[in-house]
Design a protein around this ligand. Structure first.
Ligand code: ADP
Ligand code: MG
Ligand code: ZN
Length: 608
């Protein structure tokens, strides 16, 4: 608190001083206004020392104090006005009594300096405030990368020699490791490359969805090569203060060059590397552009043998400025994808290295049931299973812990909501609708689990997952997905003839699929084989296609969804007994696994 008090006192003092200075400028008109008669009297008495005059206004000073006529107190300074009709011999009188007469403005002009100060004062105040805020901000960044009030230059996050991340810690993306091996090799033996006159890529762009291990890979490359690792997130460069980003970049590169060979890692490069002209990001256009230009300049500045390699990560490679991926800059793009089944098993093995596993745990089986999950999600799964085992007081993580953890990770944590009976029933029908349509449709992903226990934001969940990883989808499969997603709403419609808010996220999914089918994947005759809609839904240059084309996309989306909804309702009406049976089973058991669900609906699962 003492600091706070001192600040308060200081602020009060400053305000007081400023007020004083400002007031003193206005205070000059403080002298009493005396009558011209009184003035003449004083002149005649020889009591006037000097006067200033401008026009008929007179300001002056007496030699000796005089009582203010008709007022209180005494005065020596005074102001008066000479009437226009006065025909006294003022000049003669004044010279006779040796009064110094100066023909200067009556109200003394402020000095040039005072004027300057006064006009600059607001600006000075602003600057002080600005510096103050800037200091606070860079302090708040926890010793970020610099800027105003920065104290330390950027330091490598990981130094050569300490315990490092290596390729041992990365699994499931072997082809990517292969590509990065060149970089490692170059960093290890730059001499060899130099002798051959070979130029190394200056930058490698790691592109892939979140959680696939891009950051991990960058660290691993540095670790394998045993070189210092500088890491920065592109969003850190963009601050409210324009110009700071570029200087931070300059500093980062100069520090890295000092300890070269080294690796600079720039995460989320799309925040500053978006194609120019695409919607303004945070921090404004100029700042992004300046920072980006500085990065490009620094990369161009490499002679290629300095041994600083820039790795950058993005999950939006499609929006990057082409200037970034030009040869001589990020001239290699490495796509990091979610792992396949073998990869998932390997990643699970890495993340269960320090977890005691029961002998009957089959990680390959877990890998089979987790298609589409990324490395980060698998790491999380392993950790959740360990947490569960601790909570249950076990010495080892067993298969049950893993499958419960998987449920939690995939479906969200259970929520203890007491649901009114009629809502519970409606939810059971909703989920049964999703599930039944999935079970009945050949080629659809099998239903793995249905539950009406509220989880996360949902009142119930139906989980379906393919037997094997899928990489491309047929139109028929996508229609099936839309029909399944509409199944919840259709069931409520068929059984209760009502529509509830519970289908919001279903509809979002449906909209996304339908938009893709009509606008991106050429699955509509009317729109044709073209991508009318960019992948992120917004085009940098206004409309992405002629309005008529977009109209057609819109129309086709509606047609697809309407068709699917009709089909969903029709199938559910046709299979109403199965729908009822499934809903009843759900109401009785709350959660059904794959076998129980197919059994309750009386459907034998078609093995592929
Ligand atoms: P990204 O940067 O692509 O979003 P990260 O590198 O931050 O993903 O991954 C987060 C965490 O997930 C890592 O620290 C690691 O524990 C785990 N992980 C992700 N991918 C892999 C992988 N291929 N092998 C091993 N662990 C992984
Ligand atoms: Mg990352
Ligand atoms: Zn639903």
């Amino acid at each position: 608190m003492p600091g706070g008090w001192r600040g308060l006192v200081l602020a009060a003092l400053i305000v007081y001083l400023i007020a004083n200075v400002v007031l003193s400028f206005f205070n000059e008109g403080d002298e009493p206004v005396i009558s011209y008669t009184e003035f003449s009297k004083q002149v005649a008495a020889g009591n006037v020392e000097k006067i200033y005059s401008k026009g008929d206004a007179i300001q002056g000073e007496l030699k000796g104090k005089q009582p203010v006529p008709g007022g209180k107190g005494d005065y020596t300074k005074f102001v008066t006005q000479r009437p226009a009709f006065a025909d006294d011999q003022l000049w003669a009188n004044l010279t006779q009594h040796q009064v110094t007469v100066t023909a200067s403005p009556v109200v003394e002009q402020r000095s040039f300096l005072a004027n300057l100060l006064l006009s600059l004062a607001p600006m000075l105040l602003l600057v002080v405030l600005w510096v103050f805020i800037a200091r606070r901000m860079s302090a708040g960044m926890g010793g970020g990368m610099g800027g105003l009030g920065r104290k330390t230059p950027p330091k490598p996050v990981e130094l050569a020699g300490t315990e490092r991340t290596t390729f041992e810690d990365v699994a499931g993306i072997d082809e990517v490791e292969g590509e990065l091996n060149d970089v490692v090799d170059f960093l290890k033996n730059p001499e060899q490359y130099r002798r051959m006159g070979a130029r190394m890529p200056r930058g490698v762009l790691l592109a892939g969805p979140p959680g696939t291990g891009k950051t991990l890979l960058a660290r691993a490359v540095a670790g394998e090569a045993g070189v210092p690792f500088f890491s920065a997130s592109a969003s850190e460069f963009i601050e409210m203060i324009v110009g700071v980003g570029a200087s931070r970049v300059r500093e980062l590169f100069s520090e890295a060059r000092k300890v070269a060979p080294a690796i600079i890692f720039i995460d989320e490069i799309d925040t500053i590397g978006r194609a120019r002209g695409a919607g303004a990001g945070m921090g404004g256009h100029d700042e992004r552009e300046q920072t980006l230009n500085q990065i490009l300049t620094e990369m161009d500045g490499f002679s290629g043998s300095e041994g600083v390699i820039v790795l950058a990560a993005t999950n939006r490679a499609d929006v990057l400025d082409p200037a970034l991926t030009r040869p001589g800059r990020f001239d290699r793009t490495v796509v990091v994808s979610p792992p396949d089944r073998a990869g998932r098993a390997a990643i699970l093995r890495i993340h269960t290295r320090d977890i005691p596993l029961a002998p009957d745990v089959d990680l390959d089986q877990v890998a089979r049931t987790t298609p589409g999950m990324t490395g980060a999600e698998l790491a999380n799964l392993a950790n959740e299973a360990a947490l569960l085992a601790v909570k249950r007081g076990r010495a080892q993580v067993g298969p049950a812990d893993l499958s419960d953890a998987l449920e939690k990770v995939q479906l969200g944590a259970e929520r203890s909501l007491v649901m009114p009976e009629d809502e519970r029933r409606r939810t059971a029908y909703h989920e049964s609708g999703h599930a039944l349509l999935g079970m009945l449709r050949p080629g659809a992903d099998p239903v793995r689990k249905i539950t009406i226990v509220p989880r996360g934001r949902a009142l119930g969940v139906t989980l379906s997952a393919p037997d094997a990883d899928r990489y491309a989808y047929t139109e028929d499969y996508l229609r099936g997905r839309i029909i399944g997603a509409l199944g919840g709403m259709a069931a409520e419609q068929v059984v209760y003839e009502v529509i509830t808010t519970g289908s919001e996220s279903d509809l979002e999914q449906v909209t996304g699929l339908a938009r893709g089918m009509a606008g991106r994947w050429g699955m509509s005759e009317r729109v044709g084989r073209l991508t009318a809609i960019p992948s992120d839904g917004q085009s940098p240059y206004g409309l992405s296609a002629a309005p008529a084309t977009l109209d057609a996309v819109d129309h086709e989306m509606r047609r697809i969804v309407d068709d699917c909804y009709e089909e969903a309702c029709r199938v559910l009406r046709e299979h109403r007994p199965q729908l009822d049976a499934l809903a009843e089973a759900l109401l009785a058991n709350e959660t059904l696994d794959e076998k129980a669900a197919y059994a309750a609906a009386g459907i034998t699962r078609l093995e592929k």
